[in-house]
Design a protein. Structure first.
Length: 58
């Protein structure tokens, strides 16, 4: 018999600043993290820390 899998629910709003912080925390190499941080900090400055990440997909 087949298995039933729950579909993922739509994510609640995720703040851009939180997404950037979490993502940068996954990068172990300091130089790489610093390079990504420079670009992502500009993204946060341009769009705002409280921007919902889902809105950036359009």
């Amino acid at each position: 018999m087949g298995r039933v899998h729950a579909l993922p629910t739509a994510a609640r709003s995720v703040r851009l600043a939180d997404a950037v912080r979490i993502y940068l925390g996954t990068i172990a190499v300091a130089n790489t993290r610093a390079t990504y941080a420079a670009a992502l900090d500009r993204l946060v400055a341009d769009f705002g820390a409280d921007t919902d990440v889902a809105q950036l997909d359009s």
